[in-house]
Design a protein around this ligand. Structure first.
Ligand code: F0G
Length: 352
């Protein structure tokens, strides 16, 4: 078999790299576009739903797409240190790629709102981690200010290379479908990824003779929905901690994407997120993190805005193993009993 070489090599023509760029890769990209037959059936009307499962990237989230290039470019410029604020996925990814490049990595995370698994990743990958008593927005203010003053490269999505790398997810969607989707449903936190997909669709469609661009459907958790309310949320809160963000730095870009694509921003309750999270697990066999399930929850809620026969892609940004506590705490089991190791009792309870 031919091994996928990581997205910089596979898509280098579309990316700001040259022969001089050292390529720091873990083989990210080429994640599956999974047909979601059960969800398509629930929605009906010949609407075909696909899941772009970016939780299958090397560190378990879509952030690896942006980080392979952000870190490669930092290395090319001779950077010795990178820094980011994170709700857990950016930091895991930054740590893995930076350490692979031999670069030091500083991480600021909000106390109490980063899952154990994500923190474990940053620690094992060798990051220098600071937990602050403050939320993500505050952490991002601090790292931005630090990167302005000190010799340290910011690798949050304000770093333009991040979105360049992330746009390749749109390339893959088109390469697999052999057309552009009609709708893209996507979680929105700091609003980088929705902008990256739009850039990817806009650039890559040239190879598809200028087919129509998709409508972009961006979803936020009800109590963390600054784009829906069109104002900052001071104390954002949601069980989808990955997108617990009140002041998205890429707000202006995302607002333009919504307008240009004739899309929507909408908010989804935590209960609706959990419903979609369970549905994805127990009908499609796909375990994603709650922040990712919002794209399916959003589609289910807004299905009547999607015309008959449309092709819809829901982006699943992170792996469910990133936050197993969410599954345990939200009573996701259909059946889970503790019994003595006694065959009669077990068979009896199973009701053969
Ligand atoms: N889904 C997951 C799993 C995420 O981790 C994030 C963002 C998003 C969606 C939202 O993407 O910010 O581009 O709109 N996580 C960042 C982090 C904030 O620090 O890991 P966005």
């Amino acid at each position: 078999i031919r091994q996928w070489r990581g997205l910089i090599e596979e898509y280098h023509k579309w990316l700001p790299v040259s022969e001089k760029t050292p390529i720091i890769t873990l083989g990210e990209g080429a994640t599956p576009l999974i047909p979601a037959d059960h969800i398509s059936e629930i929605i009906g009307r010949d609407i075909k739903v696909y899941l772009k499962f970016d939780g299958l990237n090397p560190t378990g989230s879509f952030k690896d797409r942006g980080m392979t290039i952000a870190i490669s470019k930092a290395k090319e410029r001779g950077a010795k240190t990178v820094i980011c604020a994170s709700t857990g996925n950016t930091s895991a990814s930054a740590a893995a790629y930076a350490r692979r490049a031999g670069i030091k990595v500083f991480i600021l995370i909000p106390d109490g709102y980063v899952s154990q698994a994500k923190l474990a990743q940053a620690l094992v990958y060798g990051a220098e981690v600071i937990t602050i008593k403050g939320n993500f927005d505050k952490a991002l203010d601090i790292v931005q200010a630090a990167a302005k003053t000190y010799p340290v490269t910011l690798v949050n999505s304000l770093n333009p290379y991040r979105l360049q790398g992330q746009k390749t997810a749109a390339f893959e969607v088109i390469d697999v479908l052999e057309k552009l989707p009609d709708f893209l449903c996507i979680p929105v936190g700091n609003a980088g990824n929705i902008s990256a997909y739009w850039m990817g669709f806009s650039e890559y469609r040239k190879a598809y003779h200028g087919q129509k661009l998709p409508h972009m459907m961006g979803f936020q958790a009800s109590l963390s929905a600054p784009l829906v309310f069109e104002s900052t949320v001071e104390k954002p809160s949601t069980l989808a901690t990955a997108i617990q963000i009140g002041r998205p730095v890429n707000r202006d870009k995302a607002v333009k994407v919504k307008q240009d694509s004739r899309g929507i921003f909408a908010m989804i309750t935590d209960a609706e997120i959990i419903q979609a999270y369970k549905l994805l697990g127990n009908t499609e066999g796909v375990f994603c993190e709650p922040a990712s399930a919002i794209s399916v929850a959003g589609l289910l809620k807004h299905r009547y805005e999607v015309p008959n026969g449309s092709t819809v892609v829901c982006v699943l940004t992170g792996n469910g193993l990133k936050d197993p506590d969410c599954a345990i705490q939200n009573n996701c089991a259909i059946f889970h009993k503790k019994l003595d190791p006694d065959i009669k009792e077990i068979v009896n309870v199973l009701g053969f």
